[in-house]
Design a protein. Structure first.
Ligand code: GDP
Length: 419
């Protein structure tokens, strides 16, 4: 059978890092944009009184960008990749999340059903705690049973969101800014519109966890029909979970798999029309979340990945789960960069352009003012020169006239004297 290797290593160059570094870059760029806008705002406000150089709407435009850029920065720093898990109760949503996190973070199993939205995200200071909508103060969570207990204590509405903060350094997905959301089973007669509006509009990926022992249910399909009316081409993965149960009937394995695959492909391509048949095949997996979680917990205790009593075909199923994780990481990273950064980077460019244009206009007007003043000065100078010349000319004329007059008078006087 296939050889299993630990998958901790390849995670370090996972596609999630692309999102993480894109996030860092766009945040750095916005720090620069913000500095530029603030500096410009200070400058235009200082020259505000000079109507000839700057106009009121220009001052308002630049000043207005200060708070707008700050708001974008705020959104950008909080941005993450979000995946929401759906499916009927007990199909294994919590188990899938735990397997991906390599830890028993969420309560799962008999006696526990998730009756609200549970969002797992990274906490920075090594703390683990939960926060509900009703009581925003941190409630310490030491263990899964602790969490299960805390959830039972709360009177929770199915539409409510409980945020579970788990140390970032414990799970690579959390370290890389992935947020995982578990939902109440879609068989609990939910208000789908409210669910989608409140929890799904910013989701990058949806994972439908179905039971490989049964077929896609109408309730499961309806949910995604609703989703695709509100989001254009949502990214949907379909996990046929509990595939280990099929190990006991190897003679039907391929047949069951082919049948489930065909139906799931039809659902994604013909009903929802969210992807091509080729893409759809890369979105459908047959796995056992329970086995993967068990194996990973064992590996962390220092035991071999595939030790313990596991059903026939475990290595293949394990590899398929890894395959799912790889495709999932590629997809969520790409989608999140596209949906979360594309608009903002365009907007950032627009802001920078607008501010630059204002500054260029101001500069141009200032140049014009300068030229006008110089021209005026020249005009005055020219006039002065002219006048001076005139005066000089006149003076010369006068002198000549006076000279003539004097000569004339002298002549007349001497004539008179000698006659
Ligand atoms: P959820 O209600 O969808 O969150 O389902 P849970 O994750 O709580 O799982 C319900 C039960 O199914 C638990 O007892 C799990 O241990 C079990 N389970 C989950 N995944 C698998 C699997 O792949 N194989 C088997 N045999 N059992 C599973």
């Amino acid at each position: 059978g296939p050889v299993l290797s630990s998958d901790m290593k390849y995670k370090d160059c996972s596609p999630l890092q692309t999102f993480v570094s894109a996030k860092r870059k766009i945040n750095d760029i916005f720090v620069e944009i913000s500095d530029f806008v603030q500096e410009t705002a200070k400058y235009v406000e200082a020259i505000d009184r000079d109507e000839k150089i700057i106009h009121k709407p220009e001052v308002e435009l630049v000043s207005g960008y200060v708070s707008k850029v700050r708001a974008i920065q705020d959104i950008l720093s909080r941005n993450h990749m979000k995946v929401v898990f759906f499916g009927r109760t007990s199909n294994g949503k919590s188990s899938v999340i735990n397997a991906m996190l390599r830890d028993k973070v969420l309560p799962s199993g008999i006696g526990h059903t998730t009756n609200c939205f549970l969002q797992v995200e990274g906490s920075d200071n090594g703390e683990s705690y939960l926060v509900t909508e009703a009581s925003p103060e941190k409630q310490n969570v030491k263990s899964v049973s602790n969490l299960a207990h805390a959830l039972c204590e709360e009177k929770l509405n199915e539409n409510e969101l409980v945020r579970v903060f788990w140390p970032r350094d414990k799970c690579l997905l959390l370290r890389d800014d992935v947020v995982l959301v578990d939902s109440p089973g879609i068989d609990v007669t939910p208000n789908l519109d409210d669910w989608i509006d409140k929890h799904c509009l910013d989701a990058d990926v949806f994972v439908l966890v179905v039971n490989a022992e049964s077929t896609l249910m109408v309730t499961e399909k309806n949910f995604f029909h609703k989703v695709s009316t509100k989001l254009s081409k949502p990214n949907i993965f379909i996990l046929n979970n509990r595939w280990d149960a099929s190990a006991s009937e190897p003679e039907f394995l391929e047949q069951v798999r082919a049948q489930h695959t065909e139906r799931a492909v039809d659902f994604l391509t013909k009903e929802l029309k969210v992807c091509s048949a080729k893409e759809a095949k890369e979105r459908i997996f047959f796995v056992s979340a329970k086995e993967v979680l068990q194996a990973r917990l064992q590996e962390q205790k220092g035991q071999q990945l595939h030790s313990g009593a596991l059903a026939e075909g475990f290595p293949t199923r394990y590899l398929e789960f890894q395959g799912f994780e790889e495709k999932f990481e590629e997809c969520i990273s790409k989608s999140a960069i596209q949906t979360k950064f594309h608009q903002h980077s365009k907007r950032g460019k627009l802001v920078a352009d607008d501010v630059k244009n204002v500054m260029e206009t101001v500069h141009e007007r200032a140049q014009q003012q300068k030229t006008e003043l110089m021209n005026k000065k020249k005009e005055v100078n020219d006039k002065l020169n002219h006048t001076e010349q005139q005066v000089q000319l006149i003076t010369i004329e006068m002198k000549k006239k006076i000279h003539h007059m004097v000569e004339d008078v002298e002549e007349k006087v001497s004539k008179a004297l000698y006659e």
